[in-house]
Design a protein around this ligand. Sequence first.
Ligand code: NAD
Length: 338
Amino acid sequence: MTVRVGINGYGTIGKRVACAVKAQDDMEIVGVTKTRPSYEARLAEMEKFPLYTAEEEQISTFEKEGIATKGSLKDLLEVADIIVDCTPGGVGERYRKMYEEAGVKAIFQGGEEHGLTGVSFNAFANYSEAWGANFARVVSCNTTGLVRTLFPIDHAYGIESVAATIVRRGADPADNKGSALNAIEPSLKLPTHHGPDVQTIMPWLNITTMVVKVPTTLMHVHCITINLKKPAKEQDILAVWDSAPRVRFVNGKYGIKSTAQIMEFAKDLGRSRGDFMEIAVWQDGVKVRDNTLYYYQAVHQESDVVPENIDCIRAMMKLEADGMKSIQKTNSTLGISK
Ligand code: NAD
């Protein structure tokens, strides 16, 4: 069975998920939506993705620009088994009813609330929770990053408490809106919503988070302090992450001292769009003192959630019962080493 996937919102996340679906042999793209006849609409044509508009009234503006569409989202819902909703945060919830009435499953992104679906997803931590679900939400880039490294450590050593400071990129590289050019902006609503968001997947975890927004576009950096339940040495912690999926070490000693060098490394690896889908942990920035573990990690916000969307499709469509097998299949098709 090849699952028919539609993308609503062919933007930063949507176009990446579409290309990732295209790389799989058990699913295919049956259509993507755009609201305006922008360059991304032409990109969809180049990728040979059938193009739909979000609203019926938008079709004529595409026709005026010489861009053919197959109809609107309403028509896409007739040919899709599942929609990956990649519309801007807060917009997706408006579409839930439409998906439900069409009898089409849907995955929402981290900009939506947990309550919209009741299932928040990370492939390694809770693959089975999305099994056969009609609706699920792939958590945000930051929450995905936190869960990727916290879940395996909690499993191996137990976590008493976590305090994480998220140094957030101000905007995505292609955005023309975002943070101030020359300012560091602390989030004044404390603790921030990221801790409760991690708890949508690890409800037992005692975690608090703080955030500062900085004028950079490349990646986020997390500064994390964990109080462990059982004693561990640095090499024990590194061994846990070494066998955890989608966590990759980088090393200041070998010249990767910043997010700029991680992005350069991604390009050197020949990654599509220069994406880095793994969470990068600085191997030489991991320290344990008594029962306290300190580490830094970097999150490529535009791409770390992409493989999670693919695994979420497999779980919801019951394509693969074993989460690890799905993770490995996704990784091998997207060039992720583990
Ligand atoms: P984006 O603005 O880059 O793309 C959104 C797309 O949706 C655009 O193509 C836009 O034209 C389209 N759109 C806008 N209004 C629409 C509507 N009413 N109906 C249909 N399509 C509409 O946004 P993004 O960064 O890709 O974010 C999408 C979702 O992914 C959000 O929930 C966001 O929180 C989440 N997310 C974003 C990032 C990131 O860093 N960019 C990381 C992880 C998760």
